[in-house]
Design a protein around this ligand. Structure first.
Ligand SMILES: [Zn+2]
Ligand SMILES: [Zn+2]
Length: 69
């Protein structure tokens, strides 16, 4: 991991100007199965962008559809 990489995968999301750490597979409530049924990521890996199973770090809903982004 290289903090500050300009492009590519990031482990944070910015919502309303605030940075939140993205939840990894297994950190959700309730925890997602590994591999993820949505994107195939394994425990403690980041979900693929817009995976239905990624939980929003702000509201706890599905990040792809909760509307926070
Ligand atoms: Zn996923
Ligand atoms: Zn949200």
């Amino acid at each position: 991991m290289h903090p500050g990489d300009p492009e590519g995968e990031t482990d944070t999301v910015t919502i309303d100007g605030e940075k939140y750490a993205r939840l990894r597979v297994g950190e959700e409530t309730p925890p997602c199965e590994s591999p993820c049924s949505g994107c195939g990521a394994y425990y403690f890996a980041l979900h693929a962008v817009a995976c239905d199973c990624e939980q929003c770090p702000r509201c706890g809903g599905a990040l792809a559809s909760c509307g926070c982004l």
